[in-house]
Design a protein around this ligand. Structure first.
Ligand SMILES: N[C@@H](CCC(=O)N[C@@H](CS)C(=O)NCC(=O)O)C(=O)O
Length: 199
């Protein structure tokens, strides 16, 4: 189907920007298919070229497999290219923490901010399941207080994923110098600028 090539289905200004950034960090060849998606302003629409079962982005095709969900794609790519040092390989120290950051983003961070947008953040089920933006901020501040990146001295895909909400919604950024400095370090990376320029 794809002869071992990486085929990345992407729409600018969407959640697929995180995968685009990682692909530039990895500096590996990939084919990008710019897809149309339905936008919240009513523009756009489902793109027949996009193989994602829900017509969403990101999606990645590789070796006959289709990978969807941003965090799964980030993990797939960092595992596929361990020599690039943008993830923590299975069996290596820190693998557990690396997985925890990726899954915490999906299971807690995004739901916390979406619950706010939906006006249901105070609902007891939201509080019991996800807590709130203060709890998210506390985890990030605790992790970044004495180190440059979430995994310590090494930038990983966890930094890409966890900083991403604050790039799109700067007003949600935890008000702490360690977090602001981390975001500046993230956006100062050449691969971030390269992905932006590519868009
Ligand atoms: N949980 C998914 C969400 C993907 C998603 O919702 N993508 C949006 C763009 S930000 C999309 O493609 N929407 C098109 C649609 O709803 O049909 C992920 O992180 O990959």
């Amino acid at each position: 189907m794809d002869d071992g090539k990486l085929i990345f289905y992407h729409a600018p200004l969407s959640r697929s920007g995180r995968v685009h950034w990682l692909l530039h960090e990895l500096d590996v060849p990939f084919t990008m298919v710019r897809c149309d998606i339905p936008r919240q302003d009513g523009s756009g629409g489902r793109d027949p070229r996009n193989p994602h079962p829900d017509g969403k982005v990101p999606a990645l095709a590789h070796d006959g497999a289709l990978i969807t969900e941003t965090a799964a794609i980030l993990l797939y790519l960092t595992d596929l290219f361990p020599e690039r040092g943008l993830g923590i390989a299975p069996g290596a120290p820190g693998r557990g923490a690396y997985l925890s950051w990726l899954f915490w983003y999906c299971g807690v961070v995004e739901p916390v901010y979406l619950a706010e947008v939906m006006g249901v953040a105070a609902h007891p089920v939201a509080q019991a399941s996800f807590r709130d933006r203060e709890a998210v901020a506390a985890r990030l501040i605790a992790a970044l207080g004495d180190r440059d990146w979430l995994m310590g001295s090494t930038f990983t895909a966890a930094d890409i994923l966890l900083c991403s909400p604050y790039l799109h919604f700067p007003e949600s950024t935890p008000d702490h110098p360690a977090v602001r400095a981390w975001i500046a370090r993230c956006t100062g990376r050449p691969a971030y600028a390269a992905a932006q320029a590519d868009d």
